[in-house]
Design a protein around this ligand. Structure first.
Ligand code: ADP
Length: 326
């Protein structure tokens, strides 16, 4: 592990926003100052790095943000940074501002960018933040718990009306590449069926059949969860309607899943991981991804971390199916 002395560090949020990113920024700033580092906020993710949107942050600059969703540093998706020339320009801008190291708060794509910077010799530390929980090296990612609670509340409300009108409701949740939100909220919301990217599905077998067996046992309201991008929500609803005759509505939860005041779990995870990132940098350690392993905060070599994969629990999927039987 190569060690250098870092005095001035930059922090940015990148990619999709996630509740708790502010808590992570706050932790990086405050723990960085505690360790005697100067901390600079980079606005608009890699886009702002390329444009030199960089200003120093003090303790007060992060007052009253731990409770707020979104990110006060703003976030963006940068097409230019996705090219070797863009990454080189990012490195040059960090040098102009004499930033010794960067803390990257974001998801998988942001970490690929962090890996590119690292390979060009820019010291980086990554903090996983995405509502999808789809970062292989970490059991938990900032924003996941808040998003799941938002979805749970929405399903509860939809269920009230589905019950009263004896309907089926197909609810589309986020998670284009990962079914963590869908499968957990399927269990928490008592869904009859759940479609996730990790498992092939058949509308007849996996949706119509469970709905009809519930109906035959006397049930009159049904919830189907569909992870965005897997099945087509409207088409699934139409198929349920035409094949069962059950009145079926659709709800696409969309971006409300990304906003909102972060839960305790997200605030604490963000605070612990933010503090760990600056602790590493204060010890001259970089090229690391901070991650959660159970309740503990660990750090991993960035190249190893980027290649790590995790699987959704089969037990969770199986239990969801068992508990939907009526
Ligand atoms: P997230 O971090 O939430 O997964 P994105 O996938 O949109 O979000 O990635 C955020 C940004 O990270 C992109 O807009 C791009 O600038 C940068 N990025 C993504 N993939 C790479 C890559 N392979 N190399 C360099 N930069 C990348």
């Amino acid at each position: 592990m190569e060690k250098k002395e870092f005095k001035r560090i930059g922090v940015l949020t990148s990619g999709g926003d996630a509740p708790g990113m502010n808590a992570a920024i706050r932790a990086v700033v405050r723990s960085g100052l505690y360790h005697g580092l100067q901390v600079f906020g980079i606005r608009r993710g890699y886009e702002g790095l390329l444009e030199g949107e960089i200003t120093e942050m003090g303790n007060h600059s992060v007052s009253n943000i731990i409770n707020r969703g979104g990110t006060v540093l703003l976030t963006a998706r940068s097409v230019e940074f996705n090219t070797p020339e863009g990454v080189a320009r990012g490195k040059a801008m960090a040098e102009i501002f004499r930033l010794d190291a960067l803390v990257i708060i974001g998801g998988d794509g942001s970490f690929r960018g962090a890996g590119d910077l690292h390979r060009l010799g820019v010291p980086v530390v990554g903090i996983p933040a995405t509502i999808d929980n789809d970062i292989g090296c970490s059991d938990y990612t900032i924003g996941y718990d808040t998003a799941m609670n938002t979805v749970k509340e929405a399903i509860d409300r939809i269920k009230d009306t589905a019950y009263s009108h004896e309907r089926c409701s197909v609810v589309e949740v986020m998670g284009r590449n990962a079914g963590y939100i869908a499968v957990n909220c399927g269990i928490a919301g008592g869904a009859e069926a759940c479609i996730i990217p990790e498992k092939e599905f058949d509308v007849g077998e996996d949706i119509i059949k469970p709905i009809l067996s519930c109906r035959n046992a006397g049930k009159h309201h049904y919830i189907v969860i569909n992870a965005e991008g897997v099945g087509k929500t409207m088409e699934i609803a139409e198929e349920i309607r035409s094949k069962t005759g059950i009145s079926t509505t659709t709800t696409i939860l969309g971006h409300q899943q990304r906003g909102g005041s972060p839960t305790v779990r997200d605030r604490v995870a963000a605070s612990l991981m933010g503090a760990k990132a600056t602790e590493l940098l204060s010890q001259g350690i970089s090229g690391r991804i901070v991650a959660m392993r159970g309740e503990s905060v660990i750090d991993l070599d960035i190249e190893e971390a980027l290649n790590m994969k995790k699987e959704i629990s089969e037990d969770l999927i199986r239990t969801g199916k068992i508990l939907s039987l009526y």
